[in-house]
Design a protein around this ligand. Structure first.
Ligand SMILES: O=C(O)COP(=O)(O)O
Ligand SMILES: [Mg+2]
Length: 231
């Protein structure tokens, strides 16, 4: 029995929901390049890769708010909507031009997805990244054939850690929550899965805002994606 299957305690594994950034793909190099180009365009200092890495996970708007909070040395709550809208529009333009230039698929991802696909397990991507960027990334890496279902950060009015995107993905897959497992890299994935009533496995190599994901107590923690299909 694979490690992921064992999380369901006797129930059959029929569907898996995957987070995108930090779980399937290492997208920070492209996100940081787009964010830095956007900051510089508005005459702010670039933030760099390490900071950007700690800001990813709550969607593009939150990423931009965190960058402005850093650039202006003010709390996130003091960043104006107007300035956020302005930097977000510039960021969307830059990121849209280079979503897959330096982004890589994590080791073992394609093999594991192929394995589950052959087993007839349904798969969907549930990400806080806007859907219009996420679809082309899945297609670029050939993952769209494994998971044509995607719930993006702008598909619903709410995002992870709200459980609604996970429940929508289950509905679209025609899968029961009881037979579904979430796989992610951040506390948002853990909280969303718990609220949706499904077990959650986390990869240790992802982003999680600079904190160890073990702090969030996922039901399973793996260092390599292929560990999920190991027994
Ligand atoms: O914050 C993002 O845009 C990325 O989010 P994800 O980790 O849910 O894919
Ligand atoms: Mg993530």
């Amino acid at each position: 029995m694979t490690k992921l299957q064992s999380l369901l305690e006797g129930r059959e594994l029929k569907a898996i929901l995957f987070d995108l950034d930090g779980t399937l793909i290492d997208s920070v190099p492209d996100l940081a390049a787009a964010l830095d180009a956007s900051l510089e365009q508005l005459n702010y200092q670039p933030a760099g890769l390490a900071r950007t890495r700690s800001w990813v996970g709550n969607g593009a708007r939150k990423l931009v708010v965190r960058a402005l909070s850093f650039a202006l040395e003010i709390p996130e709550t003091s960043v104006s909507e107007e300035l956020t809208d302005k930097l977000l529009a510039v960021f969307f333009k830059h990121y849209g031009e280079q979503t897959c230039q330096q982004t890589t698929l994590y080791s073992g991802v394609f093999q594991a997805l192929s394995f589950w696909h052959e087993q007839g397990i349904k798969m969907a991507c549930v990400t806080n990244k806007p859907a219009r960027f996420s679809y082309p990334i899945l297609a670029h890496f050939g993952m769209d054939t494994f998971m044509p279902t995607l719930v993006g950060g702008d598909t619903l009015p709410v995002r992870k850690p709200d459980p609604a995107p996970l429940l929508l993905a289950c509905e679209q897959l025609g899968a029961d929550v009881k037979n579904t497992v979430m796989v992610g890299d951040s506390i948002n994935d853990v909280r969303a899965a718990r609220a949706a009533g499904m077990p959650v496995a986390c990869v240790s190599y992802g982003y999680n805002h600079g904190a160890p994901i073990s702090d969030a107590n996922p039901d399973l923690l793996v260092d390599h994606f292929l560990d999920l299909v190991r027994t």
